[in-house]
Design a protein around this ligand. Structure first.
Ligand code: MD6
Ligand code: FE
Length: 215
């Protein structure tokens, strides 16, 4: 039997190398999905999703954070901040189920010393997108990023270290985890406009958790 992971209509490889340093592992978050969703609801109650402004305008993706550091943006630029500018409070603690999944997935992806101190949570409703960008606000670029997808499927655009490098696309589905670091750490990437749909567990949206060593 080939090692495929099936989710409704498509069967895709359970593990796929995106490029050197970046691997996509499908379905690995499914074992803890209910715990993840309960923890996510608690985080979003303390630190509600909001549409941040960037120097380029208001984002279509809504965001929040948990952990010691949170990614925040305003008209002047991006940064990590230990305080939620909306509530004036520290970001909610990173739930154990989040941290454990990130540590285990990182190790499985070849990064066995990764411990996250920040988790950026993105919420996409149909029509939302994330334009091509690099993740370069984290202090230590030797640490990878662990990305967990929940809810509606999305097309992940993955390029190279230069904005003009050719782009490949990967379908990210509920439960998929990408681990991404080393030589791929500064590759450009983005999410294409989310298509309408209704996920049985999550509803009409996609949620992405990205775990980082930010501070
Ligand atoms: C998303 N993810 O999947 C957006 N960044 O909604 C990211 O921007 C991202 O998935 C760095 C590493 C992995 C990612
Ligand atoms: Fe990113």
């Amino acid at each position: 039997m080939r090692d495929l992971f099936a989710d409704d209509e498509h069967a895709l490889p359970r593990r796929e190398n995106i490029t050197a340093g970046a691997v996509l592992m499908r379905g690995v978050a499914l074992g803890v999905e209910d715990e993840l969703l309960a923890a996510l609801a608690a985080v979003a109650q303390d630190a509600p999703f909001r549409h941040m402004t960037t120097p380029g305008g208001v984002m279509s993706v809504a965001m929040t954070n948990c952990g010691a550091g949170g990614w925040v943006s305003d008209r002047s630029g991006y940064r990590y901040d230990s305080t939620d500018p909306e509530t004036g409070k520290p970001w909610p603690d990173m739930p154990q189920v989040f941290r454990r999944l990130a540590i285990e997935a990182a190790a499985d992806g070849g990064y066995d010393t990764f411990v996250p101190d920040a988790c950026l949570i993105n919420r996409y409703l149909p029509g939302a997108r994330l334009s091509l960008h690099q993740d370069r606000n984290e202090r230590d670029m030797a640490c990878p990023i662990v990305s967990v997808s929940l809810g509606l499927p999305a097309s992940f655009q993955f390029g190279g270290p230069k904005r003009i490098d050719p782009i490949r696309k990967y379908l990210l589905r509920h439960g998929d985890v990408a681990v991404w670091g080393g030589p791929s750490r500064l590759c450009y990437h983005g999410i294409s406009t989310l298509k309408a749909g209704d996920h049985p567990k999550i509803g009409p949206m996609r949620i992405n958790l990205t775990f980082r060593r930010a501070l």
